[in-house]
Design a binder for this molecule. Structure first.
Ligand code: 3HC
Length: 300
């Protein structure tokens, strides 16, 4: 396995995904992590969650208190991308919004080392598009082994909850170099994850399969085919899923589910991917699932 060569990692976005990525990187890959979010409160909340998870690991005897302290000490909250200028890799884990991600990647391209790997944890947005908007003038340049070009942009898709889920999906943009792919794969392995690879198609493999399943479950509810509990129980007991699709949608975030489904619909122009109206209305209402306290279930 090729050495990943990541001496310091940047993580942008301290929500449930970014915080989880910071934790596995510090605990498993033992890499110092600089964590940034535009909301300082979110960083504080994220670090408090890391503390809680590390304490639980210690109380269950999975790690020693020294290991927990070392891991925690490796994670530092920072006040901007400028503070990440010396990282060897950055993972962006902000919400599923193309223009936001493009802005962030343009900032990475100007403020970070020209050799840093630029990874996105996007669930469905084209890595090729993100890469092209990052360094447009270099898209077709084969020179420089991808160092100063879009060849260092890659998709590194973790799953929620990151500390528990064993998979990372690796997505190659058209521009991604093999060196970038190998190092990103090696880093994910060091984080204790199994890696699968997917072409850069809408939703990649994971969400091209998962999100239509969730969307169909919401349509079943919308059409009155069955109750919420019967839909979830059918899949839990009949198919051995750990949670039903409606509970899983709440857990992922209904805003994220809708954003992914819209990417599938727009990216394929296939009507089979049209988002459920009920999903759209719930997002309109601000019922995002577990993180907002209400979704298909009530969390208050
Ligand atoms: N963060 C960290 N750890 C968590 C957690 C969280 N948010 N939620 C639960 N866990 C941990 C628990 O602490 C517990 O750890 P322990 O073994 O040390 O005690 C372990 O997970 C099991 O939790 P519970 O016993 O409370 O509950 P369950 O047995 O029901 O397991 C679950 C919880 C692991 C979340 C399980 O229900 C599950 O696997 N659900 C499906 C998750 C899934 O499909 N994730 C993928 C979502 S799709 C995605 O992320 C892609 C994106 O692009 C949309």
């Amino acid at each position: 396995m090729i050495a990943h060569g990541i001496r310091t990692l940047g993580v942008l976005g301290a929500g449930q995904m970014g915080t989880g990525i910071a934790l596995v990187s510090a605990l498993r890959a033992k890499v110092p992590v600089l964590l940034h979010d535009r909301s300082q409160d979110q960083v504080i909340k994220g670090l408090a969650f890391v503390d809680k998870l590390l304490e639980k690991d210690v109380s269950k005897g999975r790690i020693s208190s020294e290991e927990a302290k070392e891991a925690r000490d490796r994670i530092t909250g920072v006040d901007g991308v400028h503070a990440m200028r010396d990282v060897d890799m950055v993972v962006e884990a902000v919400s599923e919004n193309l223009s936001l991600k493009q802005k962030i990647f343009q900032q990475f391209a100007t403020e970070l080392s020209p050799e840093a790997i630029l990874a996105s944890n996007t669930s469905s947005i084209s890595i090729t598009k993100i890469a092209a908007s990052t360094i447009p003038e270099c898209v077709s340049a084969a020179s420089d082994a991808g160092k100063k070009t879009a060849g260092r942009v890659v998709g590194l898709h973790f799953f929620n909850p990151v500390p528990v889920m064993k998979l990372v999906e690796l997505i190659s943009a058209l521009q991604t170099t093999s060196d970038t792919l190998d190092r990103a794969r090696s880093f994910a392995t060091a984080c204790g994850k199994e890696v699968t690879t997917s072409k850069d198609v809408p939703g990649f493999v994971s969400n091209a399969l998962l999100m239509p399943f969730i969307n169909e479950a919401i349509m079943c509810l919308e059409q009155g085919t069955a109750t919420r509990d019967d839909i979830d129980t059918t899949m839990k007991l009949g198919m051995n899923h750990p949670m039903g699709p409606l509970q899983l949608a709440d857990f992922i975030g209904l805003d994220t589910c809708l954003a992914i489904q819209e990417t599938l619909y727009a990216g394929t122009r296939d009507s089979k991917y049209r988002p459920s109206v009920l999903l759209e209305r719930m997002v309109d209402a601000g019922w995002y699932g577990k993180k907002s306290g209400k979704g298909f279930y009530d969390y208050n």
